[in-house]
Design a protein around this ligand. Structure first.
Ligand code: ATP
Ligand code: MG
Length: 343
């Protein structure tokens, strides 16, 4: 890798980020974990893209790759991450920069920020909440100590933190799980990023705080046009928050569509199964559907379509041998699917 961009970079639509054929492998003592096997998707400027899929399918690794924060045993072995800071600007390939280069440090936390899935392991236990938020503000926005403190309190107030002055001087272990999550969100929002990667940002919160945080993120998105990559397991949150959805399975995006099409016209058998396994209010009879089997062991390689061992409509001799290409279902709405039933 070099510290200067070398890749000719263009995006057809005004995408804030376009991920193309991203491949990430982890080399562990037990073998190679193929975490991302060619992930491709785009996030149009100012939109919210939901990323859904079962545990282990590569949602967090995709988000961390955009921030260049994947653990060092993880190697990015192919693909591009084209990031375009402003409309009409020239996209850069994030993978052209060294992970610790000055360029990457400037982008990280400023242009792109991330709300991590685990607030306790992402907050530094040795520093107060205010120290950690102010550090980001001083690095990217103002070096003035009084001003950075003022902004830290403002952003803590915005995320609904009770008594923000006192909380600012607390250490992470002195806060409840929900408060830590809100502190993480405040840190990510402090520099009004162009792209916010939110990795299950409300999982640890009660439903009322969750609703407040979702409102806050929507507000940010409409006020300053922040684009959001919203990783979640919760299809209800997807319906409420997202404009478009990418469904991931075993390190690949298997379907991508507008939020309406995902709910009303899902095509991939995996998406259909995911939707059928959501409990619905008013449904009193029958057993809740579940997806047969489980996600294959990440060390093994499945031939053909990775979903075929669990797919109720798999075609013998086709789905178990040939990897499906991406098929365009509706070009106008950007609906694509990776399934032999449509190719
Ligand atoms: N540091 C690591 N070393 C080895 N394998 C890893 C490491 N981090 C992630 N993986 C593997 O990469 C794959 C994708 O993990 P990832 O954390 O992206 O899943 P996820 O979709 O975010 O799941 P969840 O919904 O549980 O958060 C998994 O198989 C996981 O075991
Ligand atoms: Mg995750």
């Amino acid at each position: 890798m070099t510290s200067q961009p070398t890749t000719p970079t263009t995006t057809a639509t005004d995408d804030v980020v376009r991920v193309e054929d991203l491949q990430v492998n982890f080399y562990t003592q037990l073998g190679v974990v193929r975490a991302l096997n060619g992930v491709s998707f785009n996030i149009p400027r100012g939109k919210v893209l939901g990323i859904v899929g079962e545990s282990g399918c590569g949602k967090s690794i995709t988000g961390m790759s955009i921030m260049q924060l994947v653990a060092s045993v993880g190697k990015t072995e192919g693909g591009k991450i084209l990031f375009n800071e402003s409309a009409g600007g020239n996209p850069i390939n994030i993978l052209d920069y060294e992970r610790n280069s000055p360029e990457m440090r400037k982008i990280r936390g400023n242009n792109i920020s991330m709300i991590f899935q685990e607030p306790m392991s992402s907050l530094n236990p040795c520093y107060t909440i205010s120290d950690q938020i102010e550090e980001a503000i001083r690095l990217h926005q103002t070096e003035d100590k009084v001003e950075s403190r003022k902004r830290a309190i403002e952003v803590l107030t915005k995320v609904g933190m009770p008594n923000p002055d006192r909380i600012a001087d607390s250490f992470p272990h002195e806060l409840s799980g929900g408060m830590r999550q809100r502190a993480m969100i405040a840190m990510a929002l402090s520099c009004t990023p162009t792209l916010l990667i939110a990795d299950e940002p409300t999982t640890a919160l009660d439903v009322t705080t969750e609703a407040n945080i979702l409102d806050l993120m929507r507000e940010l998105q409409s006020e300053i046009g922040t684009s959001i990559m919203f990783i979640t397991h919760n299809m209800g949150v997807v319906a409420q928050m997202c404009d478009e959805v990418a469904v991931m399975y075993l390190g690949r995006v298997v379907e991508r569509a507008t939020v309406d099409d995902i709910f009303y016209e899902p095509r991939h058998p995996y998406t259909i199964a995911l939707l059928q396994s959501i409990p619905r209010l008013g449904r009193t009879k029958g057993i809740l559907a579940s997806i047969e089997g489980s996600v294959p062991d990440p060390y093994s390689r499945v031939t053909g379509c990775p979903f075929h061992p669990r797919c109720p409509v798999a075609i013998k001799g086709v789905c178990d041998t040939i990897l499906p290409e991406e098929t365009i279902v509706d070009a106008a709405k950007g609906h694509t699917v990776r399934c032999h039933l449509y190719s």
